[in-house]
Design a protein around this ligand. Structure first.
Ligand SMILES: NC(=O)c1ccc[n+]([C@@H]2O[C@H](COP(=O)([O-])OP(=O)(O)OC[C@H]3O[C@@H](n4cnc5c(N)ncnc54)[C@H](OP(=O)(O)O)[C@@H]3O)[C@@H](O)[C@H]2O)c1
Length: 290
């Protein structure tokens, strides 16, 4: 910038969770839109982020790892909802960060009795409160269920083993991680969404049976699917799924068997239609061994 240039110095956006599913696409989107991006990760050596990103080491839950270089020149932050985030937020506010976009969850809206006291609601409400209690300059994103949750079936689908699942007629509106990322980018780059809490889902409610059929179409082969009862699921998966998560999942599927997920289009933020589950499945064919 020349000495007569009156433009403000370009500010840096700090992306936490930058090596995650949402974070990677957020980094790509911000770079493509000309932003200066810093990425926080616990393992910079494994981060594999694009050239042009300033990768810094740090743990969101450990203030001793958050050196001055993490926040230097940083104007705004994308907050990944890690546990123990308070120490990170104190450091950020103390270092002069002015605004925050928070990755939360639709569970924090407590729209349904099942949400109140669920594992996701308790965690995400605490993260939201940690941010809104420290600053007025925030945007909260509340995505519904991620399409990425279908990666739980990666092993069965890759190996040809049958999927055993309950509530196959329940209908959810899974959201593509790219749509969450692009909504986050918009809120970081525009002042329009300050003080707003934004719910986001995928563009359609799709039954669990249709979700499996969509994956099958994307990989070009049938996926054997067996409907089991909630009790069978509970006993088969008890050793893999902690009890609070088990309850949350079964309550969600049970409720959405009678009341499908309501769609909250990402279009209101990104101006683009939300990606369909078929698009997500196509983007993830390799994850399922195709
Ligand atoms: N699954 C759903 O249906 C759903 C619905 C609504 C909201 N959500 C929210 O979305 C989150 C998942 O997002 P995602 O899929 O993008 O994540 P992801 O792919 O699981 O990646 C997790 C990211 O968080 C970072 N991270 C975790 N703990 C950290 C810490 N202590 N310090 C620094 N970085 C840390 C990891 O970075 P490093 O390993 O590189 O340090 C990694 O980049 C969930 O945890 C939940 O809060 C999920």
């Amino acid at each position: 910038m020349s000495s007569t240039d009156t433009r403000p110095a370009r500010q840096t956006i700090l992306v936490t969770g930058a090596t995650g599913a949402v974070g990677r696409h957020l980094v790509d989107t911000l770079l493509a839109r000309g932003a200066s991006v810093r990425a926080l990760t616990r393992k910079p050596e494994d981060a594999d982020l694009p050239a042009g990103v300033d990768v810094v080491a740090g743990d969101l839950g450990d203030a001793s790892t958050l050196g001055a270089e993490v926040f230097e020149g940083v104007d705004r932050v994308f907050v990944f909802p890690a546990r123990g985030i308070d120490v990170f937020l104190d450091s950020a506010v103390g270092a002069g960060v002015r605004r925050f976009t928070v990755l939360s969850s639709l569970a924090a809206a407590m729209e349904f009795p099942r949400d109140r006291g669920s594992a996701s609601q308790l965690h995400h409400s605490a993260v939201e409160a940690a941010v809104t209690g420290r600053t007025d300059a925030w945007t909260i994103l509340r995505p519904g269920t991620f399409a990425n949750n279908l990666l739980e079936w990666r092993w069965q689908i890759s190996s040809g083993a049958p999927i055993r699942a309950p509530y196959l007629s329940s209908a959810q509106a899974p959201v593509h991680e790219f749509d969450v990322a692009e909504a986050a980018a918009e809120t970081l780059l525009s002042d329009e969404y300050l003080g707003q809490t934004i719910a986001i889902t995928g563009p359609q409610a799709v039954t669990r049976a249709e979700q499996v059929a969509t994956l099958a179409a994307a990989i070009g082969r049938e996926i054997p699917l067996i409907e089991i009862t909630a009790d069978e699921f509970r006993s088969e998966m008890a050793q893999f799924i902690p009890q609070p998560i088990m309850k949350m999942l079964l309550d969600y599927w049970s409720d959405t068997a009678t009341t499908p997920d309501r769609v909250r289009p990402v279009t209101t933020v990104t101006g683009k239609p939300g990606r369909t589950l078929a698009e997500w499945a196509s983007d993830h064919r390799k994850d399922f061994g195709a």
